[in-house]
Design a protein around this ligand. Structure first.
Ligand code: SF4
Ligand code: SF4
Ligand code: FES
Length: 403
């Protein structure tokens, strides 16, 4: 295993917003930073960086699935397991998920393994002397999954919603960045999360699952959907997703569990635009994510048209999406189904793109016309003053919602 170790440093442009101290479950202790990168991904200023640190010296001995291993200190359990060739992680491995299932920021719990008998996030847990790590088998599969979530139940203004933390993308203009990258607080099992929604079959008829990316941590999501369905038989259950992991078998499983509405967020048609928006810099992963998302829309219309309400979201920013790209996007969607409901979403300045300008209403209208003239018939524009602004790093108080 490589002896290279990293530590995070703060740049001079730090805003002192406190996000890396108060919202991220930083595993640093008396032995220092383990270079897990959670604070680097979550810093809204892009001010934190990983730098090489002096070579480690202490030898750590631990067991993985009953076999003994050793490593030098200063790394996370996940990095250690990756070094042993385990790329998939506990929960993901159990479900045969093949790619990109990690947030790496402590929110999704996809990487959870048993450490000394307790479920723990391997990405933000330092490797320690004598740890007993279990990444597969019955003991792990019998343990209930967990996830960091924010429950929103401001009824009657909006539908009750579970916002899950953790995402496999790193969009520079993430609108929900303060939840997506946050990892502090008690992680909940699906039944705990659903019980906090306090669903009332007399008045609730729609529940949202949003994020973050809900499709990370598949067992958690499926169980949460089943729990909601058990609580309210007739409830509409909507999934907001970047669709990058939504392969056909996953869609089938979600629908069997009780999902009734799916909103795939298709970020782009061209790979370059997709990479610019999603922050995925590795070309092969970006290609796979983008293709999976487009194929998910095709599959939903081919296999579930009329049975699952599928409204595609198209985030729009003219600096990224050219008129030609909007045309291509609409043409391909219209080939799938010209009656497909499409929400054209104004991309607002947020997170690391706070200095971007707002899009003028005429530009949104132009984009809408392009979609329409390329064959789509049911377009809703979401933007303007009714769209709530993203949290500014300097105003991190979570607002006035009744959480
Ligand atoms: S998260 Fe906020 S406090 Fe932390 S380094 Fe970034 S700007 Fe500074
Ligand atoms: S979150 Fe990870 S990388 Fe950042 S300071 Fe803590 S241990 Fe270091
Ligand atoms: S990958 Fe560790 S919590 Fe998401």
């Amino acid at each position: 295993m490589s002896r290279k170790r990293f530590v995070a440093v703060r740049g001079e442009d730090c805003l002192h917003c406190g996000f890396c101290e108060d919202y991220i479950d930083c595993p640093r202790d008396e032995s220092g930073c383990i270079g897990c990168g959670a604070c680097v991904k979550g810093c809204p200023q892009g001010s934190r960086h990983l730098v090489l640190r002096a070579s480690p010296s202490t030898e750590i001995r631990c067991t993985v699935n009953g076999k003994s291993f050793s490593a030098t200190d200063g790394l996370s359990v996940r990095e250690f397991l990756n070094g042993l060739g385990d790329q998939s992680g506990g929960w993901s491995a159990r479900n045969g998920v093949k790619h990109g299932t990690f947030c790496g920021t402590g929110g999704c719990w996809s990487c959870a393994v048993l450490i000394d008998g307790v479920l723990a996030r391997s990405c933000v847990t330092p490797l320690r002397q004598g740890m007993d790590i279990v990444t597969e088998g019955e003991a792990l599969s019998q343990t209930e999954s967990r996830r960091n979530v924010t429950i929103m139940r401001p009824h009657p203004h909006r539908h009750p919603t579970i916002f899950v933390h953790g995402c496999n993308f790193q969009c520079g203009s993430c609108h929900n960045w303060d939840m997506t990258f946050a990892s502090r607080g008690r992680a909940l099992t699906p039944s705990q999360a659903v019980s906090l929604l306090r669903l009332d079959p007399q008045q609730d008829y729609w529940v949202g699952i949003s994020g973050g990316e809900p499709t990370l941590n598949r067992p958690w999501l499926l169980e949460a959907v089943r729990e909601i369905r058990k609580t309210c038989e007739d409830m509409r259950i909507q999934l907001d997703t970047n669709a990058s992991l939504l392969e056909a078998d996953y869609i089938d499983e979600l629908i069997r569990a009780g999902i009734t509405d799916i909103s795939p967020d298709i970020k782009a048609f061209y790979l370059e635009s997709f990479m610019a928006l999603s922050g995925i810099s590795e070309k092969d992963s970006a290609r796979l994510y983008l293709d999976t998302a487009w194929n998910a829309v095709r599959y939903l219309y081919q296999a579930y048209r009329g049975r699952v309400f599928t409204a595609v979201s198209l985030p729009y920013y003219p600096r990224i999406h050219s008129p030609r790209e909007m045309e291509e996007t609409a043409r391909v969607l219209a080939e799938i189904d010209p009656e497909m409901p499409v929400t054209l979403i104004e991309y607002q300045p947020a997170f690391r793109s706070r200095n971007w300008s707002f899009i003028a209403p005429e530009e949104m209208e132009n984009a809408r016309r392009i979609l329409e003239s390329s064959g789509l018939r049911r377009i809703v524009v979401q933007g303007g003053p009714e769209l709530p602004l993203a949290v500014d790093p300097l105003e991190l108080a979570l607002g006035s919602e009744d959480f």
